[in-house]
Design a protein around this ligand. Sequence first.
Ligand code: ZN
Length: 70
Amino acid sequence: MSSPKRCPDCGVELEALKIKTAEGHFLRIETDEPLEGIWGKLGSKEVLKPTAHVCPECGLTRLYTKQEPN
Ligand SMILES: [Zn+2]
């Protein structure tokens, strides 16, 4: 359960938007945390997908990441 994100300046609820590159790829953030299990042993790192939260009033944009359940 995630509570609504609010703009610190306007106090209004931020809109969650998917963020992509100009080429249409989703952004991904690679952490230094190795994956659990065999992939981590092979050197794979945990990957997070950021979601943009945009203030409809002033346009402030924040990126939030959370772990994707596999
Ligand atoms: Zn705002």
